[in-house]
Design a protein. Structure first.
Length: 139
């Protein structure tokens, strides 16, 4: 579920308009492959309703992945599986990532000027928008 209307202009990463990508990644984590999303420019949230009894509680999960990708299974859906088994609703946020840090020939990677993941965590970013949506749906 998108957090903002498609027509709403959002800040673009320094590295341009690369399309969002997903995949099963390497290196292995805990001896196994992991699913990731990168080049995320439009945040979304996915709702996982509780199974069986319902406590009325909800938990928002923001999967890790550093500044390159969002680890959607290891640090997202696997946590939501546990949360819904406890009778709670789980919301997984796929937040913006700053894409690949630019490299210049012969120079180390350069920090992006705008850290979109941090922008999403602050103020009126994706975290606040997801929280508002969740509250609106529960009312």
């Amino acid at each position: 579920m998108p957090l903002w209307p498609t027509a709403l202009a959002l800040a673009k990463p320094d590295s341009g308009d690369h399309p969002e990508a997903t995949g099963n990644g390497s290196p292995l984590v805990g001896g196994r492959m992991w699913h990731w999303a990168s080049y995320v420019t439009r945040p979304t949230m996915t709702l996982y309703p509780p199974k069986g009894r319902r406590t009325g509680a909800a938990m928002m999960v923001l999967p890790g992945g550093g500044f390159h990708a969002v680890a959607t299974d290891l640090e997202g859906t696997e946590i939501c599986d546990w949360v819904v088994a406890q009778g709670m609703t789980c919301v997984m946020l796929k937040y913006r990532t700053p894409q690949i840090w630019e490299t210049e020939t012969g120079k180390p990677q350069q920090r992006p000027k705008v850290l979109l993941g941090l922008e999403d965590a602050a103020g009126n970013g994706a975290v606040a928008a997801a929280r508002r949506r969740l509250r609106d749906r529960s009312a």
